[in-house]
Ligand binder design. Structure first.
Ligand code: ADP
Ligand code: MG
Length: 234
């Protein structure tokens, strides 16, 4: 994909930054910077080191917003108690930052504050990839949440895929009707989801150092998609 070729330099830099400091797991912030470089839409967000910085980040992003822990030691942020959704104003942001600080200090870990746009509700999807030692990158699509974790409702392909194969992945899951819109919810922009799968496939093909990639969730809308969380493992 021409788009990606033009932007590889910045992806190189981001990956190099992590590996030179001996980190295998990139933070959400770093992972989504890479997604953005390859043309996958991501939430607006600012990384802050202090509560004061977090509050001025909040002014720039606007309310309601989301506060998350950003730390190389925490990859499941909710399990850690590190995700605060629907923060309505500065006062709530300050309180959330203080809670987060208390929690992180108790565990004695390094961390920053990730201040992020609150995404409007969409269909929660998952796009991911794992590099198999024999077969190379395997691409995964699903509905995320319980559909993936409990019902194991995912579709899988070996990378690289073309547009046709990527669309077939969307139609193969048992919960596919949720993509067509139901009970008043609008249908999901399938072309935009296919586009994300193609870009992930390209990235995995171009970068051997990436062993695992997750966009969970990707919010699907009537018009476009938005990566709300991201994880890249080297
Ligand atoms: P975890 O590291 O636990 O997977 P996530 O960043 O995925 O953390 O956040 C947990 C959940 O919170 C997501 O699955 C999503 O439902 C919701 N969420 C996270 N970020 C946002 C956001 N910016 N806007 C709206 N909902 C969000
Ligand atoms: Mg997540």
């Amino acid at each position: 994909m021409v788009l990606i070729q033009m932007r590889l330099r910045e992806v190189d830099r981001l990956l190099e930054e992590a590996s030179s400091s001996n980190r295998r797991v990139l933070t959400e912030y770093e992972s989504k910077k890479i997604f953005k470089e390859i043309g996958i839409p991501v939430t607006r967000e600012i990384l802050a080191e202090t509560i004061e910085e977090a509050i001025s980040a909040g002014d720039k992003i606007g309310y309601p917003l989301v506060l998350k822990i950003s730390s190389p030691h925490v990859s499941h942020k909710s399990d850690f108690g590190g995700v605060y959704l629907g923060i309505r104003d500065e006062e709530e942001l300050k309180a959330a930052c203080e809670n987060l600080r208390r929690q992180a200090d108790r565990q004695g870990i390094e961390y920053s504050f990730l201040v992020q746009e609150m995404a409007k509700p969409g269909q929660e999807l998952l796009v991911g990839s794992k590099r198999d030692p024999t077969f190379g990158p395997v691409l995964i699509f699903g509905l995320g949440g319980i559909f993936t974790e409990i019902l194991d409702d995912i579709s899988i392909r070996l990378s690289p895929v073309d547009r046709q194969e990527a669309s077939a992945m969307l139609r193969e899951i048992r919960g596919r009707r949720l993509l067509d819109g139901y009970r008043g919810l609008p249908p999901v922009d399938l072309d935009a989801v296919v586009d994300v799968i193609l870009r992930v496939s390209d990235l995995m093909e171009s970068y051997d150092s990436i062993t695992e990639l997750d966009i969970n969730p990707l919010f699907g809308y009537e018009d476009g998609v938005l990566a709300v969380d991201g994880l890249i493992v080297l």
